[in-house]
Design a protein around this ligand. Structure first.
Ligand SMILES: [Zn+2]
Length: 172
């Protein structure tokens, strides 16, 4: 799936549920899609998120200790697995921290698995930082920290998003 298609998916979900407003609340998006979100204590150190589908039961587990901006991104990333990758049958995704890093199809060896993680990150960024909302806010202020605060994301995530939307030259 290409970037534009993934972004359109995220945008449609926000529109359909009337949740396209600042800051986007991924928890509300999850609830609108009948997904339960729970905090968990993972036994493995670098595990950051799990999503499972068992029949009609859709559940996302977050690392209890993660800061709130991190949890927001994790919820958005796991929602992506549900709406893009878990369409048939029961399945589960277990995400280590590395899966949330920004990767691109050009970097290193590309696999189906990496493609799915890339799609989930593209979707998460689009969900939390809708292109039109970011452009509108960027036209009011060029201050990265203020934008990150308005969208309740990390400055790193916002910097990458600005670059993806061709609003800055940094983090290319
Ligand atoms: Zn993932």
């Amino acid at each position: 799936m290409r970037r534009l298609e993934v972004e359109r998916n995220a945008r449609n979900i926000l529109r359909d549920h009337n949740l396209l407003q600042l800051p986007v609340d991924p928890l509300k998006v999850a609830h609108a899609l009948n997904i339960r979100v729970m905090n968990a204590k993972f036994s493995e150190e670098n595990k950051s998120g799990v999503v499972s589908k068992r029949g009609n039961d859709l559940s996302i587990y977050l690392d209890y200790d993660d800061p709130s901006w991190r949890k927001r991104f994790t919820i958005a990333h796991e929602i992506a697995h549900i709406v893009l990758h878990m369409l048939e049958g029961d399945s589960e995704y277990i995400d280590a921290e590395d899966n949330f890093r920004n990767t691109s199809p050009e970097a290193g060896q590309w696999t189906d698995e990496k493609q799915k993680e890339w799609e989930a990150n593209v979707f998460a960024a689009a969900l939390l930082m809708d292109g039109d909302l970011v452009k509108a806010e960027w036209s009011k202020t060029h201050e990265l920290s203020l934008l990150a605060w308005k969208f309740q994301v990390s400055e790193t995530a916002m910097a990458i998003r600005l670059s993806t939307l061709n609003l800055t030259e940094e983090y290319v």
